[in-house]
Design a protein around this ligand. Sequence first.
Ligand code: NAD
Length: 481
Amino acid sequence: MANITEAEIRKIVESIIKGTSVASNHLKYSSTEYDGRKLIGIYADMNDAIDAAERGYKAVRAMTVEQREKIITEIRKLTVAEAPIMAAIGVSETGMGKVEHKKLKHILVAEKTPGTEDIVSEAKTGDNGLTLTEMAPFGVVGSITPSTNPSETVICNSIGMIAAGNGVVFNPHPNAIATSNYAVDLVNRASAAAGGPEILVCSMVKPTLESAGIMQSHPKIKLLVCTGGPGVVKAVLSSGKKAIGAGAGNPPVIVDDTADIKKAGKDIIDGCCFDNNLPCIAEKEVFAFSNIADQLIAEMQKNGAYLITQEQADQLVGVVLEEKTNKAGVKFKTVSRDCVGRDADVLLAKIGIHVDKSVRCIICETYFMHEFVQHELMMPILPIVRVDNIEQAIELAVKAEHGNRHTAHMHSKNIDHLSAFAKAVETTIFVKNAPSYAGIGFGGEGHTTFTIAGPTGEGITSARSFTRKRRCVMADNFRII
Ligand code: NAD
């Protein structure tokens, strides 16, 4: 897929793991500059950004597929080379996640996001001649991106959307604007280096809900792609335009008594802690058969999990969830932005428990209706609920997923159990006997994406998701047999 060799990738990953890669300790960044260098393609006005993205689209339209692929190859190279910088800015700006894991996420995007090879034409021949179906670009795509995987989503979207022949304008999350705009600039630098336009993709100096609104109603925007929580997905789906919605998840994990419990304990903690649980696919709550629950918890503890009591869990609820009141005066709870994506030891310190950085995850035994089970926390806290049998496990896990149709996981060697849960939960991604990230191609087969479109059905999006099908018919001719 990528023009980077496996050996090159392995070398980079090894250097990251050993900590020998360039670390940026004195970061100087803003939404328009990095280290004194002006970022390319960043506009104060959404209308200007859309006009520039339209010029980018026209330039892409005029290119051969080979030229597009050259730009994509350059994006991949720069993404690998600058992964340490984007990872460092991402953590510094948002206060969320882990630098080492964010580097790996960027490398995954560079290596496993499909390019132009994903665009495939179809031909149908018969007595009446030849009909050709091609995957055409939409035009200018408006993309709304999250704070949890900011630059990863910008680069992943850019590769797929450019491969499909589109222009792109981003309205990134305001809390991750410098990180997102660094990635926009990287795509533009890659374009220029590969002989493409200097401004291929665009973004905002200060993205707001208002600029998102302009994007959603602008006549030049032909497709909206949004990656984020329920609010934004609802907003774009009400826009009256074609929209791809990649929404919230709350992935449950079932562990039955046929599973390799040692492996399950390690896999679940590895997946749950990856980038401090920011990925929407990461394990959020566990339903464990009662007869293996103690062993599973012990294995988790061997892998950096810290077990807290029910009382301590309730204390932590008061810290990580905030009570708010909506416009109708109804009270509701939402995750505290100061706790999302934070290290486990930092969260524990908030309730007076002081541990070192070897603690990767907080676990607790609890009951189904507990807030830790019901809320998508996006932090390394993992509630565990004991269940008596597979029927109960599936019933509760399906309810905990809240109909998001996003992601679910299972550790089992019983194919009947695995099939029953997969059928019942109806998620876009279902991972068996592996950490969650295997579901997006990290240690699992298949391409990657950071825009998993459950609500609108495109699934693991790629270049072809950002195309519209067009048909050309040649009646009674062009058949060669
Ligand atoms: P968020 O919902 O707070 O923000 C996402 C984006 O939407 C931001 O750019 C934000 O500014 C914008 N936004 C929010 N409300 C809007 C509205 N009414 N109109 C227009 N724009 C609006 O998300 P976040 O906290 O950055 O990310 C976490 C959430 O995103 C989680 O729920 C997670 O599961 C989900 N997510 C899903 C995927 C996926 O592929 N399905 C990937 C990453 C994150």
